[in-house]
Design a protein around this ligand. Structure first.
Ligand SMILES: O=C(O)CCC(=O)C(=O)O
Ligand SMILES: [Fe+2]
Length: 351
């Protein structure tokens, strides 16, 4: 479409001719000046003026115009398709995009990889800013009934931390780097299954997969050897690992009775000083995430179209035993392990 076309004024023959004319002209001009004529006298001759104008004129090649027109037409078409959601709606475009990129939006809790690089202009705009309007801070609540939770938070998009979210769980006494390593031991079916069928996010750590994570020395894992911080996340889609893990936690008590938690839980784990960089997700539902060990700071930002109606940024520190509930499709979010211990969280989406 943008290939260069052959046009008269720029082809090699014309250029050579122009050069020859130029040389002759220069010769005549220099001789005239030597004979006593002033350059201003020469400019009184119409033919000289025309010739100079022609030589000085800069012509933008035709193919540049064609490329520019193609770009403008494509851009306007994209904007029209995006705004009118015709002939394809934006959801389908995103799903297609993620499929092409090898990501599976259905089982994808945290589309970090895709969205970190996705330009802001291609994100579907928030349908309304109600979820962040008048939210001044991330509230911490306790002993909240499923009915209250449903009315105030479950589907409103308002983030909240439930202080006693993990009451009655034994996870905080059991979950550790070593415990998880024992569940995903080398050559175990759980590890193989997770490697082959589940999602793994290395963030900025250099780990290739979960096997490499559990291969690191305990000293590195616990940052006793002054090595750099690490942070990873994975979805557990292995049933036997899920059964072992679920002996130590259960569905959060405050979720609405009819709400179902996704079968795939997500675990995020890492040393102090590291976390997930700012991103927004493209998943199906809001999420809960229980802080089992360590302390994590969450920074939340509304999408840019809500800047004038909502707070520019919110911060909340989630302590061990607390559960944060967040719609990660609505809020940009970043995390940082600010405690002294390894941070281990487990969470899921709920509908
Ligand atoms: O826990 C984290 O560090 C990041 C979690 C996250 O991005 C998510 O749950 O969507
Ligand atoms: Fe996320």
């Amino acid at each position: 479409m943008c290939s260069q076309s052959r046009i008269g004024s720029n082809d090699p023959e014309t250029r050579a001719l122009r050069q020859r004319v130029n040389l002759h002209f220069q010769y005549l001009y220099d001789t005239a000046v030597q004979e006593g004529l002033q350059p201003s006298d020469l400019m009184k001759i119409d033919a000289v003026v025309e010739l100079r104008e022609d030589l000085n004129s800069f012509e933008i090649p035709n193919y540049v115009w064609k490329c520019l027109a193609a770009f403008v037409i494509s851009f306007i078409s994209l904007v029209i398709v995006y705004l009118s959601e015709w002939p394809v709606d934006n959801d389908t475009v995103f799903k297609l995009w993620m499929d092409v990129g090898g990501a599976d939006p259905i089982s994808h809790q945290c589309a970090v990889e895709v969205f970190e690089f996705m330009p802001e202009m291609f994100r579907p705009p928030a349908r309304s800013c109600n979820f962040c309007r008048n939210v001044k801070s991330v509230k911490k609540v306790e002993n909240i009934s499923p009915e209250q939770f449903e009315e105030l938070y479950a589907y409103t998009g308002r983030p909240v931390v439930v202080r006693d979210g993990t009451k009655d769980w034994t996870a905080s006494t059991q979950f550790s780097y070593k415990f998880l390593k024992s569940i995903y031991s080398k050559n175990s079916t759980a590890l193989k299954n997770v490697e082959e069928n589940c999602q793994f996010f290395p963030y900025k750590s250099n780990f290739k997969d979960l096997e490499e994570v559990f291969d690191m020395s305990d000293d590195k894992a616990l940052m006793k050897d002054r090595s750099s911080p690490w942070y990873i996340g994975w979805s557990n889609c292995d049933l036997s690992a899920a059964n072992t893990l679920r002996q130590h936690y259960s569905r959060p008590y405050f979720l609405p009775k009819r709400a179902e938690s996704s079968k795939t839980d997500w675990i995020f784990m890492g040393s102090p000083g590291y976390g997930a960089s700012m991103h927004i997700d493209y998943v199906n539902h809001p999420s809960w995430q229980a802080q089992i060990t360590g302390t994590k700071r969450w920074t939340l930002e509304p999408p840019s179209e809500c800047y004038f109606q909502c707070p520019r940024s919110l911060e909340v520190i989630v302590q061990p035993g607390e559960i944060i509930v967040l719609d990660t499709n609505l809020w940009y979010h970043a995390t940082l392990n600010v405690g002294d211990n390894i941070s281990i969280t487990i969470g899921s989406e709920y509908d």
